[in-house]
Ligand binder design. Structure first.
Ligand code: DQA
Length: 146
């Protein structure tokens, strides 16, 4: 079965208790279950989270080397990590889809969140639909023809 890497950046390990008014009250375990259900046997979901920029970059190398599509919530790295952008560019320049997702809509929040250094090299961007952003990204990967 094909695999999809669902990579989550800093502080997303605290989903469930972190700012529930912004991010909801469900955690990453629930997200993995939702995505596995949505995949319906068409892909296996490999969901990971790290607070470490280097580890996130190493997972993007792994995506390149294994030709695995990526759903990426870069969290705060979205807004300033050129190193993560360069690593994400390796994925899309290899012809592998990488979809940037956000639980909240960063454009409706503080000004510093309006900039994404990732979007310019992503295959697409989905934001503002809670965990639904990830499910929509998964559908885009599994049903690219719509
Ligand atoms: C986020 C939005 C980012 O601005 C923030 O730093 C996060 C989560 C989101 O999913 O809405 O940690 O990526």
């Amino acid at each position: 079965m094909a695999s999809v890497l669902v990579l989550n950046g800093p502080n997303l390990g605290r989903l469930g208790s972190r700012e529930p008014d912004v991010y909801g009250s469900q955690d990453l375990v629930t997200l993995e279950q939702q995505l596995t259900t949505a995949a319906a046997g068409r892909a296996s979901i490999d969901l990971r989270q790290t607070n470490d920029e280097a580890e996130l970059i190493s997972w993007l190398y792994e995506a390149v080397d294994s030709n695995t599509p990526v759903i990426l919530n870069p969290a705060a790295f979205t807004h300033y990590s050129y190193a993560l952008r360069d690593a994400a560019a390796l994925v899309t320049k290899a012809g592998i889809p990488l979809i940037e997702v956000h639980i909240s809509n960063p454009h409706a929040r503080e000004t510093f969140r309006h900039t994404s250094v990732i979007s310019g090299i992503a295959s697409g961007v989905i934001a503002g639909f809670g965990f639904g952003s990830y499910r929509l990204a998964l559908m885009a990967l599994l049903e690219p023809e719509g």
